[in-house]
Structures are given as C-alpha cells and as structure tokens.
Design a protein around this ligand. Structure first.
Ligand code: LHQ
Length: 264
C-alpha cells in the first residue's frame, strides 16, 4: 500500500525533500500517503547522507488533514475507530518527525488544515507563504485537535489563543502565525521554496550531530525542570564534544576559515 507517488521524493546536497502530492484534494491524507511519508522519514533516519528534511505540498495547498472522503458516513455501517487511525498512521509519523535527530524544515505553501496544520507545526523550522492559512478545522466536524495539536498549541501560543483557534476553527494567516510565534517566518509566496531550501541546505551542511542534539534538548525542555535540563545539556555536550565536526569547527575558527562539517 506504499504508493510512492503520493509523496514525491528528491535528494540534493544532503536535503531530502518530501512533497505531499495529492494536489486535487489539497494533499489530504490517505493511508497510502501516510505510508509514503513514513517511508521518506525512515530513509531520513537511516541514511547518513540525509542531513536535513524539507517537507512541503504540491499545488495550491500544503495539506487539508485527513481525507474526509475516505469514510463517507452516508454509506452507513458502524462508526469508524478514529483512534486506530491515529495509532496506525498519524502518531508514528508525528513521532518520527519529532524524534528524527536531523532538522525538519516545513514550507507551508498554502492552506494547512486539521492534522495538516499540526503536522506542519511539529516540524523544526516552519516557513509559510504569506497567502497560507492555518485552520484547526477539527471542531467543524466534531473532532478534537490531533496530530499533536492539543500538546503543541498551548505550549507555543498559550491556552487563550490555543482554545480560540481550536474551538472556533477560524483560519489564522501566515503573518499572524509568525507574529504569535507559531511559525518561524511568513515569506512572499514566490520566495517560499527558495528560502526554505536555502535554510535546508545550510542545515544540511552543518554539524548534524550537534543540530540533532539541540533539537532534542529544546523539545525535551517542555517536560523537564532546570536541574534535569542541565544534566541533559551536560550529556549532550559531552556527545557533541566527541564529534569530528566539533574539532573541525574549532580548528576552522582558529585558522580563520569556514568550517567544513561532515555530519559526524
Ligand atoms: C478534501 C479535503 C479533505 C478530502 C479539501 N478531504 N477532500 C484524524 C483521524 C481520522 C479521521 C479524521 O480526521 C483526523 C484529523 C483531521 O485532519 S480532521 C480535519 C480534516 N480536514 C478538514 O476538515 C478540512 C476540510 N477542508 C476544508 O475545510 C477546505 O477544503 C479548506 C479550508 C482546507 C480549503 O478550502 P478551499 O480553498 O475552498 O478548497 P476546497 O474546499 O474547494 O477544496 C479543493 C478540493 O480538495 C475539493 O475537491 P473537489 O473535487 O470538490 O475539487 C475538496 O473537496 C478537496 N478537499 N480538503 N480533508
């Protein structure tokens, strides 16, 4: 069921670009697309040549969440087990994005709705086209914010804004999202992919181990106190200090030249 055409994959100079590719349905998720995305994320995890991931969508939308045509209630039958869908498809991919010890950049090229919005927000650096909108669409169909949204939204923008966004399901423009700190940047539509790729290439040429440890430390801070975080920093710094990239970084500084990191 792993139909690779639902996610286009390209690889260049350390950047694995994954493009959600069901543009006629605003890249809404089917089981095939989940599995194709998972395959891409697994490659990113396993292949040392991959040093950054760039996630985006084909066509005018980023992702409209679950394909609502998949389970048409008009066809009758028992109510679906949506928890099973989360267990089987959404949650593994969310965990892979967050757990990946390499940066994941997201270029939100158009509307990001429902789980599509929250998958974007799970990425490490999120850029959005100024015309893009984020919609916590779940309440419109009687559902709750999934794909990590109920966890990430209050942490990123606080309870009042998280509650209003999710209960009202009103679209949030990219520039407002950036002002609120929900994403890194809103950029002109025609500059989006160039800017996102420039960031991805920069990170892919960086000290991958240190960047991965930094990502994990920042994420872990949400659930740790200062004492535990200081211990985690000690452990991560010990690991970073043993990399060839650390030695290269310091050597390059002392020799007044640019560092050439190898990702090890
Ligand atoms: C779609 C979809 C879509 C299918 C646009 N499905 N076709 C997790 C676990 C299990 C189950 C349930 O859900 C979840 C998590 C979730 O993600 S729940 C939230 C699901 N998503 C939504 O409720 C969003 C539904 N879409 C919309 O509200 C609109 O399409 C937005 C606001 C995203 C975009 O509006 P427009 O720019 O006006 O585009 P459009 O509505 O005309 O859509 C274009 C086409 O894409 C259209 O198809 P058609 O054949 O008529 O041209 C839509 O039917 C199709 N499409 N979203 N989720």
């Amino acid at each position: 069921m792993n139909d690779a055409s639902t996610v286009l994959t390209t690889f260049d100079r350390g950047v694995l670009q994954l493009t959600l590719n069901r543009p006629d349905k605003l890249n809404s998720f089917t089981p095939e697309m989940h599995l194709a995305l998972r395959a891409g994320l697994e490659r990113a995890h396993e292949d040392p040549e991959v040093r950054a991931v760039l996630l985006t969508g084909a066509g005018r939308g980023f992702c409209a969440g679950q394909d609502l045509g998949d389970r048409d209630p008009r066809k009758g039958g028992p109510a679906p087990d949506l928890g099973a869908t989360l267990d089987s498809y959404y949650n593994p991919n969310l965990r892979m994005i967050r757990g990946l010890e390499k940066p994941v950049i997201c270029a939100v090229n158009g509307v990001a709705a429902g789980a599509g919005a929250n998958i974007a927000l799970a990425c490490d650096i999120v850029l959005a086209a100024k015309s893009a909108r984020f919609i916590q669409a779940f309440s419109k169909i009687g559902l709750i914010p999934d794909a990590g949204g109920s966890w990430s939204l209050p942490r990123m923008i606080g309870e009042p804004r998280a509650k209003a966004l999710t209960l009202l399901a009103e679209p949030l423009g990219a520039e407002q999202a950036a002002e609120w700190g929900l994403i890194w940047k809103a950029v002109d539509d025609d500059a989006l992919m160039d800017e996102a790729m420039a960031i991805a290439l920069k990170l892919a040429a960086g000290p991958t181990v240190g960047l991965g440890l930094t990502k994990q430390l920042i994420q872990g801070a949400a659930t740790r106190g200062l004492d535990a975080q200081l211990d985690a920093e000690r452990d991560a710094q010990r690991q970073a200090g043993r990399t060839a990239d650390y030695a290269e970084g310091v050597t390059a500084f002392l020799e007044k030249r640019s560092a050439e990191f190898k990702g090890r």
